[in-house]
Design a protein. Sequence first.
Length: 261
Amino acid sequence: MDLPPVGLGTMGIDDPDAVTDALAAGYRHLDTARIYDNEAVVGEGLAAGLTGDDATAVDRDDVTVATKLWVDDLAADDVAPAARESAARLGVEAIDLLYVHRPRSDYDPETTLPALDRLTATGLVRNVGVSNFERRDLDRAVDVLGRPPAAHQTELHPLFYRPELLEHAREHGYTVVAYSPLAGGRVGAVDAVTEVAAAHDVTPEAVAIAWATAKEPVVAVPKASSGTHRRANLTAADLELTAGEVAAIDAVERERELFPE
C-alpha cells in the first residue's frame, strides 16, 4: 500500500473533532479498531472532514481508513458481519485496510484469511492486513493468501522493535505500520533520542517518528492528544536523520514492550 509516512493512531480518542482537525492538518491515514470502541467517533470526524468548507474539505479517495477485527470476530462466518458493522460505524462504503488484530482465539489462517480475502471481491474491503503477527504467522499468511498482506501493524519504537519482522516485509514487499512509535511517551527519557533531538532542535517525539520511518518499509501511526502535537508529529516526516543517528538509536537496549501478546 502507498501509505503516508505518518498517520493518526486513534486509540483513546473519543472526540470526533480531533479526527476532523487531523484531516485539516494534512493527515490522510486514520487507524482505529473495533476493540478501541471509537469507530463511530472516527467516522463522525471523517464525515465532518469530508464536508468541511472549500479550504479544508478532504476527498474521501485521498484518505486511508483502517480498522481491525478483534479476536472474537475472526471465525470464518463472523468476518463478513463484523466487517459490515465496522464499515457502518465508520460511515464508509468500503474499508480501505482491514486487519486481523491479533492471531489468537477465533483466528484460523486457513479459514479467517480466505473469509477476509472474499470481502475484497465484494468491494467491502480494499486491502487485507495483519497485526501483531510473529514471523511464522506472517509466513503462513503468505502461504494461505498466495501473496503478502497489504500491511503488517506491529509495535515499533526506540525501546522495542523486531528487525526480523522488517526483514520479512522487505523480502515480500509489504508495508510495516508502526504503532506506539512514541513508546507511550517514554521516548523523552531515552538519552540517544534526546541527544539527536537536541542536535536537530526538535522534540524527542519527532526523532522517534523519524527514526521509525527511516526504516524501510515503515510508516507510523502515533496518537496525539492535542492539535499542537498532531501537527508536530506530522511534520516529523520531513526530519532526516543521519545513518549514525539511526544507528545510535538502534543501539538502545530494547526491553519495553508495551503491548505483549
